[in-house]
Design a protein around this ligand. Structure first.
Ligand code: PBG
Length: 323
């Protein structure tokens, strides 16, 4: 006697009955690349189908996203080179691109969840997430700036702030700073397990935020380390994060899986730019089918335990789910 596993696969109804994973539009977080100005939209060569746009243009995309049922977006600013300096001071400009965008988006679409990236790399002339001095990224000095940056985002209406810098202790300090200013309801979605991955290349091209010197290995996690990643996840939970990001996603499903078991917080998978571009470019060459690989990649993250996913496929996937 042997077990006939195929009994549960013999027709579509029985396959549907035993299906374990599903994905819905509620699971999708849409990233937007924002630039200053009006009426402009620039193709990002390394990310086919994705554009850097001025706010007026992005508002049209946000409108379509909402019509498709998307509930959340995350903003990434492309900052004019002239505004960058070694302290990333533009990150604290209340008249800057991000505060302006948050308030206009929330005014026009009050219900969409606006998430902001808290880190200095788009603003920092060195391209690092923190302040670089004599070859070292200064942890505590950076955290101070990030606390102010997070409070500004909250002040202008961000629902969720997402520190992506990987400095030590920043989640606790940001929580404290938000609470002190009365932003009790602003949630923190921390990039808890963020690896020093080579898959961020297209993103750095999109924002022109590549580190000018060195790399990010003194703050982002070594891709070879699993236990260290779980340690970071548990630390951010203990420090008061509300949601935890694992990033990248597809090559780190083991980390998503364990994080979802080790922590009681929602785990957010970040399907990063390189993951998107690998699928997109192979699909454009006809080597793989875009829609089914997109779906399979996102479902694998859900299967591993992700609650929601930040993905450049958000709009496309939402369209696919609608049909
Ligand atoms: C920066 C940040 C990065 C991404 C999100 N926030 C890049 C980096 O750490 O160098 C990468 C996202 C992607 O590749 O899609 N703090």
């Amino acid at each position: 006697m042997f077990i006939r596993g195929r009994r549960l696969r013999q027709n579509e109804n029985i396959r549907n009955l035993v299906e374990e994973t599903s994905i819905s539009v509620n699971d999708l977080i849409m990233p937007i690349f924002l630039m200053d100005g009006k009426n402009k939209s620039e193709k990002i060569d390394s990310m086919p189908g994705i554009f850097r746009k001025t706010l007026d243009e992005q508002l049209k995309d946000i409108d379509s996203a909402i019509n498709l049922g998307i509930n959340a977006l995350i903003i990434f600013p492309s900052i004019n080179e002239k505004l960058k300096d070694s302290l990333g001071k533009e990150a604290l400009n209340k008249k800057g691109l991000v505060p302006k965008a948050i308030s206009i988006i929330k005014k026009k679409f009050p219900r969409i969840l606006v998430i902001t990236d808290v880190a200095l790399d788009p603003y920092n002339s060195d391209g690092h997430d923190g302040v670089l001095k004599d070859g070292e990224i200064l942890n505590d000095k950076t955290v101070e700036i990030l606390c102010r940056q997070a409070c500004i985002h909250a002040e202008f209406g961000a629902d969720i702030v997402a520190p992506s810098d990987m400095m030590d202790g920043r989640v606790a300090k940001i929580r404290e700073a938000l609470d002190r200013k009365g932003f009790l309801n602003t949630a923190i979605m921390s990039y808890a397990a963020k690896f020093a991955s080579s898959l961020y290349g297209p993103f750095r091209e999109a924002l022109n935020s590549k580190p000018k010197v060195g790399d990010k290995k003194s703050y982002q996690i070594n891709p070879k380390n699993y236990r260290e990643a779980i340690k970071e996840v548990l630390l951010d939970e203990a420090e008061g994060a509300d949601l935890l990001i694992v990033k990248p996603a597809s090559l780190y499903l083991d980390v998503i899986k364990t994080s979802s078991e080790a922590s009681v917080l929602p785990i957010i998978a970040y399907q990063v730019s390189g993951e998107y571009s690998m699928i997109k470019s192979a699909a454009q060459k006809g080597y793989i089918d875009n829609d089914s690989v997109m779906r399979e990649s996102l479902e694998s993250m859900k299967r591993a335990g992700a609650t929601a996913i930040i993905t450049y496929f958000a709009l496309e996937m939402a369209k696919l789910l609608k049909n």
